[in-house]
Each structure stands twice: as C-alpha cells, then as structure tokens.
Design a protein around this ligand. Structure first.
Ligand SMILES: NC(=O)c1ccc[n+]([C@@H]2O[C@H](COP(=O)([O-])OP(=O)(O)OC[C@H]3O[C@@H](n4cnc5c(N)ncnc54)[C@H](O)[C@@H]3O)[C@@H](O)[C@H]2O)c1
Length: 264
C-alpha cells in the first residue's frame, strides 16, 4: 500500500479513461482520493465505485476554469482528509478544428481548462503542500506538445503545462515538493468514440504508427503516475515521462522507407 495515509486529488477523475484509472489505482493502493470533475454525476459514480471496493473517496464537482470551484476543491480535500499529498492535473478539453476554423472562444476554453486549470489547481494546493513540506504535482501532458497531431489550442496548452511543470519543480523543490509531467501517446479511451463511428478501425490504424505496435491502455498511465507520485521517485522532479509506446522516439514507417534493406 504505497499511498496509505496519502491524499490524492485527480481533476477530471470522473472520466472513464485515464481519470478513472488514476482514481481506481490510487485508491487501490490506500490513498484517499478526491474526484474533482465538471460532471457531478460522473464524479459521484467514481467515488461510489471506490467506496464500494472499501476505499476512501470524495466527489467534488469542480470546474477547473473557476477560481471558486478550485478553492472549494482544495478546501474540501483538506477539511475531509487533513492533508493534500498529490495533485494530478488530468482534466481537459480539446477542440479538433483546423487553425483557420478555430473560434477564439474554443481556443480560450482549451487554454483555460488545460493550462490555466493546471495553474489554478497547483496554486490552490501549494500552501498545504508547503506547510506539510511534502507534495507531488503530476500533470498529464500529451505527445501533442512535441509534435503536430492537430488540435492547436490543446497542443499549445499542453506545451504550457510542461513549462509550468518545470517552474513548479524548481520553485518549490526547497519545500519537498516535486512536479513532473506524463506525456501520453494515444490511449484506448472514450475520447476516440466519435471518430471511431466514422473510421471503425481507427485505433488499429493509429497503432501502426507506434513502435510498440499498439496504443496505450489507461492502466499504463496509472502505473506511471503512481510511480512518479511514490517515494520511489523521490529524486525525480521537473521531468517529462513519455508513456507513448515509443511514438516520440521515432517513426518506424519513416525508418522503413529510409532503410528498406533492414525491413523485417
Ligand atoms: N485519451 C488519449 O488518447 C489521450 C492522449 C494524450 C493525452 N491525453 C490526456 O490524458 C488526460 C485524460 O484523457 P482521457 O481521454 O482519458 O479523458 P478522461 O476519461 O480522463 O476524462 C476527462 C475528464 O475531464 C473532465 N473535464 C472536462 N472539462 C473539465 C473542467 N473544466 N473541469 C473539470 N473537469 C473537466 C470531463 O468531465 C472528463 O470526465 C487528458 O489530460 C488528456 O489530454 C489523453
């Protein structure tokens, strides 16, 4: 039980994808989990699922775009469980339109949820973490921060999240606080459902771009997050950890065309 007596906040924790896996896995390792999500029903369900398994969880309806909501989220965690050890910035929105078609309100929304939301949540939990002389902030970034996949506002926001991570890491290291970012590739989650209606074998097609030959499963991210949040990672801060099946390491299709003689 790596997280017995630890209190973990997961934004977007009501999600059925990575958010859900993060909540489940932290709870299974003894953490009290605050499920913070815009979707009240989803947050309630995720917390109820944890409680049904004998774990501790609290649902707090939170819009990470709202200063008040985020303050209430941090206060509720502290009031209920007495401390805040881990914050996972996971909530997101992503407008897929081309840059020419992106409306300013959609651009602003993605920046507000992904980047400013991560800043807001971090700012609200830091005083407690400083007081404790202990805390870990993990932000879920994306390969979109490193390479063109579309969704410009989301991608720019994720790149900002990585810069925020480095700032958090260095400024708050003297207080025993670590900050790291996970850089996921494609994961098998509901986010792909709409596009799968148009292209049913979408994830199989995307898989061929991955050196490991498959897309990720939500538990792959949860395993990496639990490691970064644990004391086993006590000397790791300011880092970006790709959890991407090798996508950012290189493109096997490109390499095959450059070196057809090595094609196996
Ligand atoms: N799914 C992928 O293939 C993939 C790839 C790269 C990165 N990621 C990143 O992983 C994380 C999780 O993605 P997922 O697809 O597993 O989603 P998820 O299942 O974790 O769901 C995201 C949750 O965020 C919540 N949310 C949206 N706006 C919010 C707001 N303003 N305030 C609070 N909550 C809000 C939604 O209600 C939803 O429950 C995201 O940060 C995403 O950018 C996902």
């Amino acid at each position: 039980m790596r997280f017995a007596d630890r209190v973990v906040i997961v934004t977007g924790g009501g999600g059925s994808g990575l958010g859900g896996a993060l909540v489940r896995r932290f709870a299974a390792e003894g953490a009290a989990v605050v499920v913070a999500d815009l979707d009240q029903e989803a947050a309630d369900q995720a917390a109820a699922d944890v409680q049904q398994q004998g774990g501790r969880a609290l649902a707090v309806r939170t819009d990470v775009r709202s200063d008040d909501d985020v303050r209430v989220m941090a206060d509720a965690a502290k009031a209920t469980y007495g401390r805040i050890d881990v914050l996972v910035n996971n909530a997101f929105t992503s407008n897929p339109a081309s840059i020419l078609d992106t409306r300013i309100e959609d651009w602003n929304r993605d920046i507000d949820v992904v980047l400013t939301g991560a800043f807001r949540c971090s700012q609200q939990v830091l005083p407690t973490m400083i007081e404790q002389r202990h805390g870990v902030i993990i932000s879920v970034s994306s390969v979109n921060a490193h390479t063109h996949v579309g969704a410009a506002a989301y991608s720019a926001a994720k790149a900002g999240v990585e810069a925020l991570t480095r700032n958090l890491a260095v400024e708050f290291a003297p207080f025993g606080i670590r900050a790291n970012a996970l850089v996921p590739g494609t994961f098998r989650t509901d986010v792909w459902k709409e596009r799968q209606k148009i292209v049913p074998d979408l994830l199989d097609r995307i898989s061929t771009w991955y050196p490991l030959g498959q897309v990720g499963e939500p538990d792959d991210i949860a395993s990496a997050a639990l490691f970064l949040a644990s004391d086993e990672a006590s000397f790791i801060t300011g880092s970006l950890l790709p959890v991407d099946g090798g996508l950012l390491a290189g493109n096997p299709l490109f390499a095959r065309d450059v070196h057809p003689e090595n094609h196996r």
